[in-house]
Design a protein around this ligand. Structure first.
Ligand code: ZN
Length: 512
């Protein structure tokens, strides 16, 4: 039993954490509002508010009182049991405070304001397919990002980019990620070549059925509910670039978009964000504001969205389970199409330009390109002016496609405009973790396809709640995966999943 002294000291620390979390909640909701509700005229004023909130949050984290409260709790933590959750909170808070103290508050505020303006400029530049309009904003932002990386520092055998990835996947480095991602890209490129060589490809017609946007929205809301998303503790709205804002397990906001000419754009965006939203709703509400009440990492977050998007949403069982709903909502517009047409269209492998539209086999090749380019940008080996050319050459080389314009090239993603350098590889980590989780879930619950066909979504969610969600950031993502599977994360379950699902649909026999 911890001494009373510790409980009191920890409570002081905890109320300071709660206030920092409340400032972050205000920022997140104003950011959500900017993307979902705000008229364009509000951008300058909103950017100033966000700058102030970022500065206040940063000042709180850097304040001597906070450092004293943390040091006092650390000093009394000797009596805690080795697995006491407070130990994980202290460890992670120490890491966050040390990082915050290395970055001046003025730099943190300048970053928030420049990001907000850059993101707005990106939206306009993207709509106009004009990189020139975004370039000065990215230049300014990248200078601040490099300054921040320099403040944070990195190991002698590492690189500047390592300082940034630590925001998203604590403990990861360019080198540790390359050890997974480089062999994965080589084997995926070979797999894609092999699947496309057969000349057999599933018919994509289903996704091109013209389904009115109102019907798509009704379908997506019904699917979110069916998968377990709780609308008493969440919302689903429209945004140009879908995202999830989770400020508390009681208020989780999904966004999506719809395209009348492409059913899958909205459907898979929604299922993806539902995966994120289920994780946020499943975090321990009693630990809100503490690291143990937050997601383990972005890689773990993405594992939840990719688990739902791919292992659930692209499975044959899922389509069989939901098709009565699809038929009820879409009616005549479906023609004679059934679940098998949907399943096949959802798993067509193709070389493509757009990451968010990519199939499971090519998706991580898009990430490999961004991983390489952002290391060059942050490391000063690539100038912003040369970005479009570098991007287009990489797509030609790795994906075999010609980029027709910057809208479908280096302006397609919001991340760099939002100052998120070091983020992209967490998508691939998410794919790897999702495959680890799917294989572990199948070992415990039985094969997933029949389980999904039977509509047992609640059983699957309960398993994820127990294995992943309720643990928050008590351990790192990689440690949690290892605790579930008994071995460190690897690329093998993911590659096995790809070959087993996509091979037969492209004229190859399943390896198993
Ligand atoms: Zn995601």
């Amino acid at each position: 039993m911890p001494a009373m002294g510790f409980a009191e000291t920890f409570e002081t620390l905890r109320s300071a954490c709660r206030e920092i979390h409340q400032l972050r909640t205000a920022s997140d909701l104003l950011g959500w509002d900017r993307e979902v509700m705000m008229p364009p005229g509000g951008i300058e004023a909103r950017s100033e508010v966000l700058e102030l909130l970022a500065r206040l949050e940063h000042e709180r984290l850097q304040a001597p009182a906070f450092a004293d409260a943390l040091a006092a709790a650390e000093g009394q933590s000797g009596a805690l049991a080795p697995d006491d959750v407070a130990r994980a909170d202290l460890r992670e808070l120490r890491r966050q405070v040390d990082r915050a103290q290395r970055v001046p508050a003025a730099l943190a505020g300048a970053l928030a304001r420049t990001q907000s303006l850059a993101q707005h400029a990106w939206e306009e530049a993207r709509a106009a397919a004009d990189f020139g309009r975004f370039r000065p904003h990215l230049d300014a932002l990248l200078r601040l990002v490099r300054d921040r990386a320099a403040c944070l520092g990195h190991a002698a055998d590492g690189e500047a980019w390592d300082a940034l990835v630590d925001d998203f996947e604590p403990g990861a480095t360019a080198r540790s990620l390359a050890a997974l991602l480089d062999p994965l890209a080589a084997r995926q490129a070979a797999l894609v070549g092999d699947l496309l060589d057969t000349g057999v490809a599933p018919d994509p017609a289903f996704r091109r059925l013209r389904i009115p946007v109102a019907a798509q929205a009704a379908l997506c809301r019904a699917l979110a509910e069916r998968l377990g998303f709780d609308f008493a503790r969440g919302r689903l709205d429209l945004a140009v670039h879908p995202f999830t804002s989770g400020t508390h397990p009681g208020d989780v906001r999904l966004t999506t978009r719809y395209d009348e000419a492409d059913l899958f754009d909205g459907l898979y965006s929604t299922i993806h964000e539902v995966g994120h939203g289920l994780y946020e709703q499943g975090l321990p509400a009693g630990r809100a504001g503490l690291p143990s009440g937050a997601a383990a990492s972005l890689g773990m977050h993405e594992s939840q969205s990719r688990f739902y998007e791919n292992h659930v949403g692209r499975s044959s069982g899922f389509w069989r389970a939901i098709f009565p709903t699809v038929r009820a909502v879409c009616g005549e517009a479906l023609g004679g199409a059934g679940p098998d047409e949907a399943y096949r269209a959802a798993n067509r492998v193709a070389r493509s330009l757009i990451r968010v539209d990519a199939d499971e086999a090519t998706y991580d090749l898009h990430i490999a390109i961004r991983f390489a380019i952002e290391r060059e940008l942050v490391g000063g080996r690539l100038e912003v002016a040369d970005l479009p050319q570098r991007w287009n050459a990489a797509y030609r080389e790795l994906l075999g496609v010609e980029v027709p314009d910057d809208r479908r090239g280096c302006l397609q993603d919001v991340h760099w405009a939002a100052g998120l350098f070091g983020y992209f590889p967490t998508y691939t980590l998410g794919n790897l973790y999702a495959a680890e989780l799917a294989s572990a879930a199948a070992a415990e619950l039985g094969a997933l396809d029949p389980l999904l066909a039977a509509g047992r979504f609640a059983d699957l969610l309960a398993w994820l709640r127990e294995k992943v969600h309720r643990h928050g950031a008590r351990t790192s993502a990689a440690e949690r995966i290892e605790a579930i599977t008994g071995r460190p994360p690897s690329i093998e379950p993911f590659l096995e999943h790809l070959a087993a699902r996509l091979g037969p649909l492209h004229g190859r026999r399943s390896p198993r």
